[in-house]
Write a protein of this length. Structure first.
Length: 191
């Protein structure tokens, strides 16, 4: 018997990571780098099936919390700059999802299938945002607002992440969106 199952092994390490990741308590750049490789031959077929279900569930939960956050941020955006910032920040969450499903520890065939599924979902989400923006425009009491929102959505497309390599997320530092007004002070001379 191999040491695979002693202490949970590789499978358990992945399950534990997926559970904390789905709950939003860890990021891809964090504990994902320490995940072990899972070659196809190391797990029986039924274990792979269970892992696929767990990955799918984790991705679904992460997508849902990501979508809830995006909807909240867009609803609270007082202007188009804030809406654009919310969309740009939302791409970071999509990058993490793509990086997790394309983790180098997973077999190539598994990575390709998972990434294709996630990318299709991102395209669908962008299509839904576009459709909702277009649907709101004709009935809008402020046509200039509707056109500004269309421009914001067009300029901050979520599908931009599809042009990036998913593995690059793990090597990037986390985005810091905080603003420190002390770093941009200007001297004002009063006469």
């Amino acid at each position: 018997m191999s040491g695979l199952w002693a202490g949970g092994g590789s499978y358990q390490a992945w399950v534990d990571h997926l559970e904390t990741w789905a709950a939003g308590t860890t990021t891809t750049a964090g504990s994902a780098s320490a995940l072990p490789d899972l070659p196809v031959e190391r797990l029986p077929a039924d274990a792979w099936q269970r892992l696929y279900v767990r990955i799918g569930d984790a991705v679904s939960r992460r997508f849902q919390s990501w979508a809830d956050g995006l909807v909240t941020a867009l609803a609270a955006a007082p202007d188009e700059f804030s809406a654009g910032r919310a969309l740009a920040q939302a791409r970071e969450g999509l990058r993490e999802i793509r990086a997790t499903v394309s983790h180098p520890g997973l077999p190539e065939e598994v990575r390709e299938k998972l990434l294709a599924s996630v990318d299709a979902q991102i395209r669908r989400l962008q299509g839904e945002i576009d459709a909702q923006t277009d649907a709101a425009a004709p009935g809008s009491s402020a046509p200039s607002w509707a056109e500004a929102r269309r421009r914001t959505v067009r300029d901050n497309r979520l599908t931009r992440v599809l042009d990036e390599a998913p593995a690059a997320v793990a090597q990037r530092p986390a985005a810091d969106w905080s603003y420190d007004p002390a770093t941009t002070r200007r001297r004002v001379i009063l006469d």
